[in-house]
Design a protein around this ligand. Sequence first.
Ligand SMILES: [Mg+2]
Ligand SMILES: [Zn+2]
Length: 184
Amino acid sequence: MEIKNAIFLDRDGTLNKGIVKENVDNFKLRPPHNPEELHVFEDISYLKSFLDRYHLFIVTNQPDIKKGHQTKEFNEFINSSILKKINITKIYTCFCLETNPGCECYKPSPGMILNAIKEYNIEIKSSYFVGDTWRDVGLCKNTNMTSILMDRGFYGNMKNDFLQRNLTPDHIINSFAELKNIIK
Ligand SMILES: [Mg+2]
Ligand SMILES: [Zn+2]
């Protein structure tokens, strides 16, 4: 049977630990930039139980490479560390800056999801997105997809980002172990 449903996954802060960025007045997480900062969450193994019915895709913004804060090599190392634990159909990455004119992929823009729909014939109505920031929930709003907020302990810190944009996640979880209650 051809799989047409997808569970789209944000990467940093969802599959691996997000790093708290201190020096700004608004709370922000950034990706790990070195091996000491990289921690892939063990609970991603719960995603394996969906592999017979769902494609798994990672959908991630990675502006830090252009900004010069992250190397291409370490970004790849994060991906391969995740792929060692769970089988992902494809990783979609936007390397643009948020301010890049003409970029249609920086979340919450829907470009990466639209590409996945085209390439794998995905049925968006029966698909899900799991992510930790307003950008992920905003992306769901822009694509009419069910949003699942992964709260790794920072949702409270980021709540204003959601309120300002009038975004409410459809579901909130603290671990991928809870996904079975939402996705059948
Ligand atoms: Mg994230
Ligand atoms: Zn882009």
